[in-house]
Design a protein around this ligand. Structure first.
Ligand SMILES: O=C(O)[C@@H](O)C(=O)COP(=O)(O)O
Ligand SMILES: [Zn+2]
Length: 210
């Protein structure tokens, strides 16, 4: 895909996420890896109204070189895309159910979303670490996010929201949506004897689709 294609795809996915309530106001940010740098949603922009021409561009050293001022979460996206060289995009949302789990979960441990459905395992993976709380935009979060991203495609920022990576922007968006639906299921079924996928079933999914 060309950079222009990716700019248009980013704006279209942003609008789609916003229209379906995965993001409200100016919450959330998205980055996409390019051959010569990165695209990033501008700070204080609504994912629902992104102008492809004004999306921020950063060079390979993460310096702002074009478009509007980038998201204040550059450090967050840099940590994930550096830790996961195979990742092509990162989506950060404040989607309600995943954020709720991020308020219940113990920072430093894995989030309490059990493997209830195959698609959660296939899209998000086996582990969902919870990164301790940092003020949004705080550069000191970078080592903790980097460490979490080394072992997992997705994570929850405690008391803040989910961060999900994918090989492509499409993969990252689909995984972020699946994570939100799985968080909703986990909360709906909390305290009930829901049947989980067995470790063997999880292994089978990851070896087939992982
Ligand atoms: O929660 C925050 O403040 C940020 O993580 C966020 O979601 C929006 O910040 P910008 O991307 O700088 O608008
Ligand atoms: Zn945020």
């Amino acid at each position: 895909m060309t950079e222009q294609d990716l700019r248009e795809q980013l704006a279209a996915f942003g609008a789609s996420l916003f229209q379906r309530g995965y993001s409200v106001g100016s919450a959330g940010n998205i980055s996409v890896r390019l051959p010569d740098g990165y695209l990033m949603t501008p700070t204080n922009s609504s994912l629902g109204k992104l102008d492809p021409a004004r999306i921020s561009k950063l060079d390979t050293e993460w310096r702002h070189v074009g478009g509007d001022k980038p998201s204040k979460e550059v450090f967050l996206h840099r940590a994930v895309l550096t830790a996961r060289p195979e990742a092509g995009a990162v989506v950060h949302l404040h989607s309600t159910y995943a954020t709720a789990i991020g308020c219940l979960a113990e920072p430093g441990e894995d989030a309490p979303i059990p493997p209830l459905t195959p698609y959660f395992v296939m899209r998000v993976g086996r582990r969902l670490p919870v990164v301790p709380y940092y003020r949004p935009g705080d550069a000191s979060m970078e080592p903790a996010v980097f460490a979490a991203a080394q072992n997992s495609r997705a994570m929850l920022l405690a008391n803040h929201g989910p961060v999900v990576s994918g090989k492509t922007l499409t993969d990252a968006v689909y995984a972020a949506e699946e994570l939100e639906e799985s968080a909703k299921l986990a909360l709906m079924l909390r305290g009930q004897p829901a049947r989980e996928l067995t470790p063997a079933q999880v292994d089978d999914l990851l070896s087939t689709f992982g």
